[in-house]
Write a protein of this length. Sequence first.
Length: 130
Amino acid sequence: MASLPRESSAPGLTAAPPPRLQDSRRWVKRTDRLARAVIIVGGIGIIIAVLLILILILAEAIPLWKRARAVGDGAMLFATSEANPVLLAFSDPYRETFVVLRANGFFQQVDRNTARVLNTVRAPAPRDGA
């Protein structure tokens, strides 16, 4: 086999890489440092997010182990008579009005603050065979 001739150089001297290669090495090192920093910050962010989610779950679950208690916020008196008593009363989801079912088959919508009847509707008649 033929051997390639070696370039002779003075001992202790190394040839400097061309400037273009040097610039690309700097760019690669810079992007590596940037990528490393982004990965580290992202990983720490994920760990913090998971810890915050666990704290939220814990904060929502703690009341499950406490005693249940109910606090009444007042009573509402409905005008009634023996001939037409209130059979059922319930509030709307926002607790602004009550719906009252009377024995005569009418629903009445009553304002919670003023106890004034806002609306009266007859309950539908039952169907045959239902």
